[in-house]
Every structure is written in structure tokens, then in C-alpha cells.
Design a protein. Sequence first.
Length: 506
Amino acid sequence: MRKIEFLDTSLRDGEQTPGVNFSVQEKIDIAKQLEKWGISAIEAGFPAASPDSFLAVSEIAKAMTSTAVTGLCRCVKGDIDKASLALKDAKYPQVHVFIATSPVHMEYKLKMTPDEVIASIAEHVTYARSLFEIVEFSPEDATRTDKDFLLKAVQTAVDNGATYINIPDTVGYTTPEEFGQIFKFLIENVKTDHKIIFSPHCHDDLGMATANTLAAIKNGAGRVEGTVNGIGERAGNVALEEVAVALHIRKDYYQATSDIVLNRTKTTADMISRYSGLSIPKNKAVTGGNAFAHESGIHQDGVLKNPETYEIITPELVGIKFNSLPLGKLSGRHAFKEKLKELEFEFTDEELNQHFANFKKLADKKKEITDEDVRALILGHNSADSEITLEDVRLSYNSSDEQEARVSIFNKAIQESKEIDAKGSGSVEAIFNAIDNYFDQDVTLESYEIDAITSGIDAQAEVQVNVTNPKTGTHFSARGIDYDVLKASAQAYLRANAFIKRENEK
Ligand SMILES: CC(=O)SCCNC(=O)CCNC(=O)[C@H](O)C(C)(C)COP(=O)(O)OP(=O)(O)OC[C@H]1O[C@@H](n2cnc3c(N)ncnc32)[C@H](O)[C@@H]1OP(=O)(O)O
Ligand SMILES: CC(C)C(=O)C(=O)O
Ligand SMILES: [Mg+2]
């Protein structure tokens, strides 16, 4: 069986999702989780893009012990220099250099002739190779590139020392058969005196990213690139959890395995969902809320007789466990700690005490604490953007008049707690007005959605807000999770405001 390497680009291509903006601390948390999940290389960012991107790549480079760290660069020496500086402390550094090779990109975007692009590949791969042992090269928009020119571009990169050749389907244009043929053609025709590994990098514009990625593996790719939950530019990148589970379930067909620790999938997916502010659709393959639910009579009958009738993946495989250790208000610290271990969370004693206190508060209100509740509790409170936090929300409700809210907000940097009062025609509006008064900045609220995390009247609420910074036009998504829907709303809106404040201060 071949072993397929996994490169995760949630922190680079994933962050190109409109509305997604990870803080540096969130990126470090995610990278640590990706390392535990079994990712072999993390594309931690584009170091030349901004000081924050540079900082995130360098902090992740220091934090990883077994996972390689890479950064994206244009064919620009300054980009490669920045990557070299950001990655200087990485135990296993790599660099990723790209340039577009399709006619439309070369002519209109780069304003370069094909010969100039080839010369640029030779110059910049050589330069990257003078600073890094491992160099990945990508011909951007490869699937709309003339086949012979693609071979020439790839051959040039290989001749100048590239060790990974990544074939991006930048605009999600290809089909499984066609993409498989591209890999077969390149692998058969590229001449090399050193080991090179080919990888697919698929986008999901036509809904074929997973199929295309698997077709590349079938035709010789040794590494895959993608993101958790398929976050990414436009319709997103391939969802790595889908590729990992497909390889596992259909190893008979693909004859390939990976190092992905499948039972850590759910925790990894939940973290990305929480920090990106993008919830996982109920019908999403592998991790969606309905992925293991059976509704119709014939299916339920079959599953009761033998789960294999309708279940090709077990919930346990991806880390959704039966609640073997039910928790409630009488549970103690040991049981709570054991549950966190079971759900793959690790905390210091101080963090554990804080989460335990929050758990006790929730257990006082909610009869049964499910695994979903515990995950939501941890991820809901585990906001890495905790410089400015919500302390309290009070409302005075009047069914025939305006509502009044008093919101307490704590600023860690200056150790100051402030209470702000505001009115609104509804409770949510009054709370949001109070938060607006606190931040004193322009924010456009684009959408507000409420969902229940678990079933029942005492379910925890998840609120998602999408906002725009009118100054820059940047979109941000933020989520809040709480037993109380109004508090969850306040958390989400406060978090969105904190993103905008951070952007305005840059
Ligand atoms: C398919 C992908 O995902 S590609 C990666 C996308 N990611 C990003 O863009 C990261 C965020 N980007 C940024 O922060 C900025 O675009 C920067 C810092 C990289 C560059 O900013 P600026 O210098 O202001 O340039 P701007 O973004 O306006 O234009 C890009 C320039 O790079 C050129 N360029 C684009 N790709 C490449 C490449 N691979 N190699 C060389 N030059 C390139 C463009 O032709 C354009 O050049 P021009 O200014 O001579 O016309
Ligand atoms: C930079 C490259 C690899 C990319 O993200 C794409 O082409 O989609
Ligand atoms: Mg991409």
C-alpha cells in the first residue's frame, strides 16, 4: 500500500474564504490540532502578505515538532526571502513557489509571455532551492494550461531542484477523468534525477474537488493538498477529511493509506468551524450532523437488523463516540477530565478549572450534557480573540415598548470592565446597540442566524453573524455559543466587532 502525505492549507487558502480571518493565536491552536490529526505539512500562510501572516508562519514554525511547515510565495525574490526568514526556526521547513501558466493568466494578469514565465520559474525555483532543501512548485491554473506547456513548466521546475510538484485546479474546472490523465501524463513524461512527489490542489466550483483529488491519487499523486471542512476561496478547497476517509473506506480500490488519525477528525473539524465562523452543513459528508442519522423506515429497519446495511462509515471512526460517560450536574472534575480526554482535548490545570466551572454552570441549567454540549462549551469559551470579552448581559423586557440592555465588557489589555446601556426595538437590537456604543466604530450587519446545537428545549444555541467593515469592505463571520440565545448573540457580535477593531488598528 502506498502512503499518501497530507498538506493542509486551511491557514493559507482556507483563510482566503470571504469572511474568514484567523487571529495569530487561533492559527497556532489550529496548527497544533492539525499536527495531532496527522497532517504531514502545514501551509501556515503567505509570509509576504502582511506582518500578521509573517508572524503566524514564524510562530507556527517554532511550535511544530513533527509536522513540516511551509509558506506560499510568488515568483518574487522578496517573497522567498520573507518565507526564509519566517521559517528559519522550523524543524522541517519547506517553501511553496507558484506562477500561473494558463494563457488567460499569463496574458492578462501577469502580462508575461510564455518564455518569460519559463525563465521566471527557472530563476525563482533555483533561488528558493538555494535557501530551502524542500521546494514545492505550482503552475497556477494548471488545468486550463496547454498540456505541452504545462510539461515544460513542470520540467523547468524539476530541472532547477523542485521536490514537490503541485498541480492546482485553481478555478475548479477539471473533471476526474481529465485530471487523472494530467497526472499520468506528467508522471510518465517528466524526467528527473531526484525524487519528486506530485500533488493535486483542487477547488470545488463544480462540486468535484474530492473526486478530482482521488483521481489524482489513483494516477500516482503521493501528496494531497486541501483544507479542513473544505474552507477556501469561492466554493472552497477539497475537504481533507473526505479524502482521508475515502482512502480508508476504499483502500481496496485506491491501495493507499494515510497518517491521518481518523478519530480526531470531528474535533479538528469543530475547531475550524468555530474559528472560521462557518458552521458545518448538516448534510456534509463525513462530519455533518446528519451523516450518521437514519430517518426513513426502511433504512431504520435495515440499520437495526445490521448497521452495515446503510452505514459505510461508523461515527466512531471519525471520533463521534457514544456517550459512554454521561455527564450531569453531579459529575466531578475527574469525570469531566476523562470526558475531555475522550474527546481529544488537552488542557493545563488552570484551563481545566475554568472549563470545569463553565461546565458546572451549564449543568445547573441543562438536564443532560451530551458530547456535543461539551465540545460546544469548550469551543464556545475557547475564543483565542479573548482580549475583549463579554462579562454579562442584562435585559429589562417590556412587551409594549423598547427593550433595554446592559452589557458588561472586559478589556484584558487595560484590565478594565465597562457597563454600557442601550435601547432597541428588540432584545437583540438593544444588545447590539450597546456593543456598538462600546466599540464606537462603523459596522454593517449583513446577516444573523440562530441554530440549536443539540435537540430539546434546553439545547445550547449557536449564533452566527456576518458583518462588513465599511471602511475596508472586508467581510467577517463570527459565532457565539451559549445556553442562552441572547448571550450567544452578544458573544458573536462582540467577536465580530473585535475583528473589525483589530483590522482598523493595523
Ligand atoms: C490562487 C491563489 O490562491 S494565489 C494566492 C492568493 N493569495 C494572496 O493574494 C495573498 C494575499 N495577497 C496580498 O497580500 C497581496 O496581493 C501581495 C502582498 C501578495 C501583493 O500585493 P501588491 O504588491 O499590492 O500587488 P497586487 O496584489 O495588487 O497584485 C499582484 C501582483 O503580483 C503579480 N503576481 C501574481 N502572481 C504572481 C506570481 N505567482 N509570481 C509573480 N508575480 C505574481 C501580479 O501580476 C501583480 O503584479 P503587478 O503589480 O505588476 O501587476
Ligand atoms: C497558489 C495555488 C497553489 C493555489 O492556491 C491555487 O492555484 O488554487
Ligand atoms: Mg488554491
